[in-house]
Design a protein around this ligand. Structure first.
Ligand code: ATP
Ligand code: ZN
Length: 293
């Protein structure tokens, strides 16, 4: 069957953005009634909607060729199963950002990761936590929790926790202090590329090219402005991530030109102010929807 399957989270923090991303690559799906399997309409790419924790295993077992999941979960499963089993990170994505941090009770005598040697740490990510601590020469005992890790110290089950944090509100509510960040995570696209047929390989490459176009477009802007002819060089230098701008004559103003450029980095107010300082006028910044080539 020459169709590619992509697993994404069914409902949770990554669901909407994962689906949006695939849709911006031009994928359309026929939503099935049970909502677990969506058939790809004009591209042979189907969607599997599952729990995020199941995605790495599905990739390793060859149930799907692609999956979007947090690096926290992917790393944990790859470490657990040893060597990753052919599962590869293809693209890091810009959503699902969080950090795996060590936290201790407010009144704890533990003040740094080094103090955790020989201690008990409650976590949903034992393999990742152990690996990150081991890199720093720290050996602790991990106790696996599937959820509500933050209650473990209060119950006397652990001296510390290693858990995902984004704002820190949950930690504070449980009288825990974030001590150290162990791992910064975002969502990422993973692939199981072993034994891919040449047809699937071609499809995958086409999909990745579109994805790169979407990712690049997301951070790019199209800038149009009018500039004094003798300031073109300086203005080009002031445009963030721009190469080879297009220049057009302005009717009736021989000493000025219209300059258009794609900026491949974020364009801030400070950039615009600097451009105006260099003599640019009528500065317009437009979003870029798609890019290819
Ligand atoms: P599921 O039902 O699919 O198992 P879940 O409850 O395990 O869902 P979510 O809470 O939706 O998962 O989190 C999914 C992913 O979002 C996490 O694995 C992590 O990569 C990322 N994430 C971003 N911010 C946070 C956060 N503050 N806490 C937890 N995860 C976060
Ligand atoms: Zn989960």
């Amino acid at each position: 069957m020459n169709r590619i399957r992509v697993a994404i989270q069914k409902s949770g923090r990554l669901s909407e953005k994962s689906l949006d991303l695939l849709q911006s690559c031009g994928l359309r799906f026929a939503r099935s009634k049970d909502k677990l399997y969506w058939y790809g309409k004009d591209f042979p790419v189907d969607l599997l909607l599952v729990r995020d924790d199941d995605i790495p295993r599905m990739l390793l077992d060859g149930v799907c060729e692609l999956g979007i999941v947090g690096e926290n979960i992917a790393e944990e499963v790859m470490l657990e199963s040893g060597e990753g089993g052919g599962m590869t990170q293809l693209r890091k994505l810009s959503f699902g950002g969080c950090r795996l941090s060590l936290a201790v009770p407010e009144d704890s005598s533990i003040t740094s990761a080094q103090d955790l040697d020989g201690c008990r740490i409650a976590t949903s990510y034992p393999a990742l936590t152990n690996a990150l601590l081991a890199r720093r020469g720290i050996t602790a005992e991990t106790v696996k929790f599937s959820g509500s890790v933050e209650i473990a110290p209060g119950l006397g089950i652990a001296d510390a926790i290693s858990d995902l944090v984004s704002t820190g509100t949950t930690l504070r509510a449980n009288h825990l202090i974030e001590m150290e960040v162990l791992f910064e995570s975002t969502a990422a696209l993973y692939g199981q590329l072993d034994k891919l047929s040449p047809e699937k390989r071609t499809m995958l490459d086409r999909l990745l090219a579109r994805l790169d176009g979407v990712l690049l477009a997301a951070e790019s802007k199209y800038v149009m402005l009018n500039a004094p002819r003798d300031a073109i060089e300086e203005i080009t230098r002031l445009l963030p991530g721009a190469e080879n701008p297009s220049l057009m004559n302005l009717e009736g103003a021989p000493d000025r030109v219209a300059l258009h450029a794609v900026c491949r980095e974020a364009v801030f107010w400070e950039h615009l102010e600097a451009l105006r300082g260099a003599g640019a006028t009528a500065i317009l910044v437009l979003p870029v929807e798609k890019m290819l080539g």
